[in-house]
Design a protein around this ligand. Structure first.
Ligand SMILES: Nc1ncnc2c1ncn2[C@@H]1O[C@H](COP(=O)(O)OP(=O)(O)OP(=O)(O)O)[C@@H](O)[C@H]1O
Length: 297
């Protein structure tokens, strides 16, 4: 079969005058790990809710492995971790996952899933008394227990401390190594950078960048040359070929360049610059640049 794991076409959702998701097209191949990255209100959760069939699109279509969401989900091939809800406070963590397993057409051994998701250590405690991060781990176990081909995770590490986050992503790596397709929404640039094969950057319900972390960084073109140059002639530096803008901090100059190779040759040829460093923009620079302008609709 050649169906994409996820195919969103012209997906649109309006809430009154607000267009939360605006004609979104997205195809995810099987086995891809995709981060849906964007600031608050970008439309990540609304997209995920439509993808899972929890919210009806105003326009557009969702296909999961070539089928409507309800059909794919009924077959048990989709596991989801949503931001809230879904937990009964009086059940224990273990009972919650066992109950979820019992409702699936196919399921993995509960004991194994409890271990994997880091729930085993508090499996006998009631859900209502657990922390937000522990409850997130239970939701993760619930998503895994169906042995899904597609895992959809809406801000999975919310409420987790640093160590738990790390453990979560270690487990995720093991899961994705088995060929699962994963779509996760996140605010965290480092998570998208470290764990996704592909980053889809959303702003105001539209895709504004789509590629590997390296491609997204490259989309915000330019590099910065940093050098020590006491008494620098700033006007002269700004006029060097390849230089966009010049900043100084004491004896250090920073040349923001659209062509750092040309700029570097001129800098070294015409000045006494030393301790020279050339750096690419990082994902945070790209994120800020791409999401900053015109974000309100
Ligand atoms: N049920 C609703 N009724 C009205 N407006 C809504 C509703 N759900 C979402 N919105 C609005 O739609 C926009 C997109 O929200 P959404 O939750 O999808 O964004 P998000 O990217 O997931 O944000 P966050 O990172 O804060 O979770 C926001 O402006 C939000 O206020």
């Amino acid at each position: 079969m050649t169906n994409a794991a996820v195919q969103l076409t012209g997906l649109t959702k309006r809430f009154g005058a607000l267009t939360a998701v605006d004609g979104l097209d997205l195809t995810i191949r099987r086995g891809e790990v995709v981060a849906l990255l964007g600031p608050n209100g970008a439309g990540k959760s609304t997209t995920i809710d439509m993808l899972l069939g929890l919210l009806r699109p105003d326009e557009g279509t969702v296909l999961l492995d070539g089928q409507a969401p309800a059909k794919a989900i009924a077959k048990g091939t989709v596991g989801a971790l949503l931001q809230s809800g879904g937990l009964l406070p009086d059940l224990t963590a273990g009972e919650t996952v066992r109950l979820t397993a019992a409702l699936q057409q196919r399921s993995r051994p509960v004991r194994e899933v409890l271990e994997r998701a880091g729930v085993a250590e508090f499996a006998n405690q009631r859900v209502g008394g657990l922390s937000g991060g522990q409850q997130q781990r239970i939701r993760f176990a619930m998503a895994l227990v169906a042995d899904p081909d597609l895992l959809v995770l809406d801000e999975p590490t919310t409420g987790m401390d640093v160590e738990t986050r790390r453990g979560f992503w270690t487990t995720m790596r093991q899961e994705t190594a088995q060929g699962r397709t994963v779509l996760f929404a996140t605010h965290y640039l480092d998570e998208a950078d470290a764990y996704a094969d592909r980053i889809v950057l959303l702003r105001a319900g539209q895709v504004i960048a789509d590629g590997t972390a390296a491609q997204i960084k490259a989309a915000v073109t330019g590099r910065t040359i940093r050098a020590t140059l006491p008494g620098a002639d700033l006007v002269g530096l700004a006029a060097l070929p390849g230089v966009d803008r010049v900043e100084t901090r004491g004896d250090v100059v920073m040349l923001h360049c659209d062509d750092s190779d040309t700029a570097l040759r001129s800098l070294l040829g015409t000045t006494d610059a030393r301790d020279v460093e050339v750096t690419a923009r990082n994902l945070e620079d790209a994120f800020i640049a791409l999401t900053a302008a015109g974000s309100s609709k």
